[in-house]
Unconditional design. Structure first.
Length: 300
């Protein structure tokens, strides 16, 4: 990492993921940069409404208020706004009392180089190209999708759910499934059950969540994680053994055998769900905030 945040979990987020900027973005698309610039300055004292990822950010920052020693999380704003037009965003951050102090405003340029510069473990954005570039550089990243889900938190506990292949794990097994079919996939997973899978783009992020969880007594952690995968028996064994080999805890594991994931994510109460397949993401976004991970064979 280029920056040392003393072991904190570092999350970088775009302004459009944190706040509802649909109205001003419409001005940008319809009338161009200068009109957008004038609009933001004219409205800079009007507080923005929360965006899709706002509840997640609040819960992440709330981890710093718990009595376990040093702060656990650093949230950084990465925005394609200029510093001038970004004043409205910082006014809104102050209004909501979000402890976000660091930011990069790029005035229309891609923000992804600053993911590496800040050493972020996770990057959330509404811009798919920035996300793809961050993934290509080796960082966990997801495109925040529009969601029909309620933004009312059902629990104070931070709950994060992950798909398996191409998200937590490499997509080697998914490639076998797509190229050779289900029988070949299940045969490979049974034969390789004792062989841990390689890590996917979100392995390090899950590891950081596990590190925070480990600071708490069993059953008292403010974070709960879930694996929600289309896998089923016999392909489940390799997943369990892989997580065991990594020495990373996952609190809940749902092996759905191809069932729709949305209702299960709602039952888990996920604050966000990460999946590489657009179909699963569209289903999930009807129930919970969802990040599409454009990684692996499903996105080639």
């Amino acid at each position: 990492m280029s920056v040392n945040f003393d072991g904190k979990l570092v999350v970088a987020i775009s302004s459009r993921a944190l706040f509802d900027l649909d109205e001003s973005h419409h001005v940008f698309e319809q009338d161009g940069v200068e009109a957008y610039h004038r609009f933001q300055i004219a409205h800079e004292d009007e507080i923005l409404q929360p965006g899709i990822a706002f509840p997640l950010v609040k819960k992440l920052l709330a981890l710093n208020g718990l009595d376990v020693g040093a702060a656990a999380v650093e949230v950084i704003l990465l925005s394609r706004n200029s510093a001038d037009t970004g004043l409205r965003i910082f006014n809104s951050i102050r209004h909501y009392q979000l402890d976000i102090k660091r930011a990069a405003f790029t005035r229309g340029e891609s923000t992804h180089p600053y993911v590496a510069a800040f050493g972020a473990h996770l990057f959330l954005s509404s811009n798919p190209e920035d996300v793809k570039n961050a993934l290509a550089a080796g960082y966990a990243a997801a495109t925040i999708l529009p969601s029909a889900a309620s933004q009312e938190a059902t629990s104070k506990q931070l709950r994060i759910a992950f798909d398996g292949d191409a998200v937590l794990f490499a997509d080697d097994s998914e490639r076998i499934y797509r190229n050779s079919g289900l029988d070949a996939f299940e045969r490979n997973e049974s034969e390789a059950a004792m062989q841990p899978m390689s890590g996917g783009p979100f392995k390090e992020f899950l590891g950081m969540l596990h590190r925070i969880q480990s600071s708490y007594a069993e059953g008292a952690a403010p974070i709960r994680t879930a694996l929600v995968t289309a896998r089923s028996a016999p392909a489940h064994e390799r997943v369990i053994r892989t997580l065991r080999a990594w020495n990373i805890r996952i609190d809940e594991a749902l092996f759905l055998g191809g069932l729709e994931k949305g209702e299960f994510l709602k039952a888990f109460g996920a604050d966000i769900f990460f999946d590489d397949q657009k179909g699963h993401c569209e289903s999930a976004s009807q129930h919970v905030a969802t990040g599409h991970v454009p990684h692996g064979i499903a996105n080639e």
